[in-house]
Design a protein around this ligand. Structure first.
Ligand code: IPE
Ligand code: IPE
Ligand code: MG
Length: 251
């Protein structure tokens, strides 16, 4: 029998390490549609989505990504029915508990970005525990965007900068891109190189607006529960073939 680890390695063997993305961000969309197409309740799609999270995180760590950022809940998702939100909170809490062993084994550091308001205390407590437990790990950073909105993040950054100016600690003339970056929830993290979106929508939905300025976009029609390692590899292969010019001329 083929060792699955060797088999997946082989599938990307022709992609040089230098051409692979270091930071991959994912808009994990289409859980509801996946379920509805099968006459299942939307929450079943979310449950199946967790399995996709598990395999993507494990593969990201195995491929040696510096960071994998996953959009788990947007600041706009509170518009959904309470029952669906309660279930998402439950899944989040379970994930934080059940994944601890794997996270520690794979040397992953977990970070959470977003506002804490609205997240139940019990969920926050499990999140904090996993974040603290994994803080000294040195492998891939898994950044989970929970109750995250990029506009809200920019508002929080502007407030922090304005407060420093008001206190006389900061001269507005010295505000530059590096300073703005350092006030975002993602301070200290590299910008995403590759942004994946599942379920076919050609939009950003308020995710990492500042940070994805030069990310390469890759969209698949597949819904998040159907996102397999092959799709992940395909996105990396597509990324590796792109010419990232950053405003300059073709290399
Ligand atoms: C993504 O799937 C998960 C979250 C936004 C929490 P959706 O729940 O948005 O699924 P669709 O887009 O309705 O199919
Ligand atoms: C984006 O998906 C948010 C997450 C994946 C968590 P949505 O389903 O909320 O995005 P829209 O509503 O289609 O833009
Ligand atoms: Mg959606």
């Amino acid at each position: 029998m083929t060792d699955p680890a060797i088999a997946t390695d082989d599938r990307l063997a022709d992609v040089p390490l230098a051409r692979r993305p270091r930071h991959v961000a994912v808009i994990m969309d289409g859980n509801g549609r996946w379920a509805q197409r099968r006459d299942l309740p939307r929450i079943e799609g979310h449950r199946r989505g967790v399995a996709s999270v598990r395999r993507t995180v494990e593969e990201g760590a195995r491929l040696g990504l510096t960071q994998l950022s996953l959009y788990c809940l947007s600041s706009e998702n509170w518009k959904r029915p309470q029952r669906e939100l309660d279930f998402l909170m439950h899944l989040l809490e379970q994930y934080m508990i059940e994944e601890r062993t794997t996270i520690m084994q794979q040397n992953i550091t977990v970070s959470v970005i977003g506002r804490r308001e609205g997240i139940p205390e019990a969920t926050l407590a499990e999140m904090d525990r996993t974040v603290e437990m994994s803080a000294a790990n040195t492998g891939m950073r898994l950044c989970l965007a929970i109750n995250y909105g990029a506009r809200g993040e920019l508002v929080d950054a502007v407030r922090a900068i304005a407060a420093e100016v008001q206190q006389g600690k900061l001269d507005p003339a010295t505000i530059d891109e590096a300073l703005v970056s350092s006030k975002l929830y993602t301070a200290g993290m590299p910008d995403p190189d590759l942004l994946i979106r599942t379920a076919g929508e050609m939009r950003i939905s308020n995710f990492l607006l500042w940070q994805i300025s030069y990310a390469e976009l890759w969209v698949t029609e597949k819904c998040w529960p159907e996102f397999e390692l092959d799709d992940f590899h395909q996105s990396i292969r597509s990324f590796a073939a792109r010419d990232r010019r950053f405003g300059g001329l073709a290399s």
